[in-house]
Every structure is written in C-alpha cells, then in structure tokens.
Design a protein around this ligand. Structure first.
Ligand SMILES: NC(=O)c1ccc[n+]([C@@H]2O[C@H](COP(=O)([O-])OP(=O)(O)OC[C@H]3O[C@@H](n4cnc5c(N)ncnc54)[C@H](OP(=O)(O)O)[C@@H]3O)[C@@H](O)[C@H]2O)c1
Length: 201
C-alpha cells in the first residue's frame, strides 16, 4: 500500500512508520518542516498540493497537531476556533480533500484523544476537538465514496510521552506504544470503517 503519514516524524509516528515499512508498505512522511513532503494542516492549498503530487494513495494516516491548553474562564469562541484549526479542521480537510484524490477503497486513519470522553482541567479545546472528530468519522464512514474507509484512534497519554506529559496530567493512565501501534495497523490493513478506537490503557 502507498501510505501518507502526516506527522510521521512525531512521537507516535516514529514508532508507527518503521513498522509500516517493515510490512512492505510504501510510506511517505509529511509534516510542516519534517518528513519527505511538506504540508500544513492549517493551510488548505498545501493539503491539495500534497495530494496532487503524491500519485495514487491507498491510505492516509494523520498523527499530527495537538489541541492547546486553555483557561476556561478566559476562553473565547475565537480562541476555541483557532485551537480547532489544525487538529480538527486540518484532519477534516485531509479527508474532504483526500476523497477526491485517493484510490478506490482508500483508508483514512485520524487521531483524536481521551479528552473526548474524559474531562480534564484546561483541555476544553482538546475535548471539543476530539469529540467533534469522533462525530465527523461516524458521518464520513457512511458518506465517503468508492468504498473508502475511515477510523479514528483516540489515545490516552502514550508511553513515549510520559516523561513530557506526566506532570501536566498527573494520574492519567498510559497506553503502551506497541498496543497503540497495533490499533493503527489494524485501521490501515483491516476492513473496518466508522470505528472510534479508544486506546485508554
Ligand atoms: N503523545 C500523546 O501522549 C498523545 C495522547 C493523545 C493524543 N495524541 C495525539 O496524537 C497526535 C500525535 O501526537 P504526537 O505526540 O506523536 O505529536 P508530536 O510528537 O508533537 O508530533 C507531531 C507531528 O505532527 C507534525 N505537525 C504538527 N503540526 C502540524 C501541522 N499543522 N500540519 C502538518 N503536520 C504537523 C509535526 O511535524 P512538523 O513540526 O514538521 O510539522 C510532527 O511530526 C496528536 O494529534 C496528539 O494530540 C497524543
């Protein structure tokens, strides 16, 4: 399969990409400055250019762009919208644009996060982004043309991020990297569609 992994140079991507390659897939890593091709999820023209230049794509995996922390009592709708720009609207744009370029039966694998289901201080934006992604995937799964598939992986804090995030999210469970990578692999190689995979450890 020819697979674009947006965010493939990141924490999760660095684990997933070598395994996809070891299984014989032709993987193109994309990022704003990292990777083989450059794309910014907040800029539609770069998404369209990525697809135009990519040739036939059988699967798009997105593991890029975080929601920012916020302060609820100071939060504005404009700030929330800005927070949603990359991780929500960017991933949505990857699918809405990608449906016109990708191969028949192509798969999309998006990434959300545990805050869709679990409230946590200072992550109103993160929760809204991930919850909205789950709803988007349910709709897209029944609307995508040419038997395309779509699923979303919703991780808790991942094993490789514990050192970076444990102080920010004390007591949060973690998901081991091999278990998480297994979820992405099943989305890429399997036949499921419309699934929200809660990787909550
Ligand atoms: N790590 C965790 O514990 C955890 C837990 C739950 C959910 N998640 C979610 O999983 C996803 C990946 O997390 P991660 O920890 O692997 O992230 P990461 O280490 O920060 O890597 C993010 C990757 O995305 C690329 N990227 C960032 N913004 C982008 C944009 N606007 N357009 C295109 N590429 C962009 C970055 O490359 P460039 O800088 O070159 O663009 C980088 O390769 C995120 O959505 C995150 O919220 C992570």
């Amino acid at each position: 399969m020819r697979i674009i992994v947006v965010g493939g140079a990141g924490t999760i991507g660095q684990r997933l990409v070598p395994i996809l390659r070891s299984r014989g897939h032709d993987v193109v890593v994309a990022g704003r400055t990292s990777g083989d091709v450059h794309v910014d999820l907040t800029v539609h023209t770069t998404i369209e250019a990525m697809y135009r230049n990519a040739g036939t794509v059988d699967c798009v995996v997105s593991i890029a762009a975080h929601g920012a922390l916020d302060e609820f009592t100071a939060l504005t709708s404009d700030a929330l919208l800005a927070n949603m720009r990359a991780k929500f609207f960017g991933q949505v744009d990857l699918v809405l644009t990608g449906q016109h370029f990708c191969a028949d039966r192509a798969g999309f694998v998006l990434t959300s996060g545990i805050f869709a289901d679990q409230a946590w201080p200072r992550v109103t934006g993160g929760g809204v982004i991930s919850g909205a992604l789950h709803s988007f995937v349910l709709s897209a799964a029944i609307e995508l043309p040419r038997e395309m598939r779509i699923n979303v992986v919703s991780p808790t804090m991942v094993g490789d991020s514990v050192d970076a995030f444990a102080d920010q999210f004390p007591g949060m469970r973690q998901v081991p990297m091999d278990e998480l990578v297994g979820h992405y692999l099943r989305c890429v190689e399997g036949n499921d569609t419309g699934r929200i995979i809660r990787a909550y450890g």
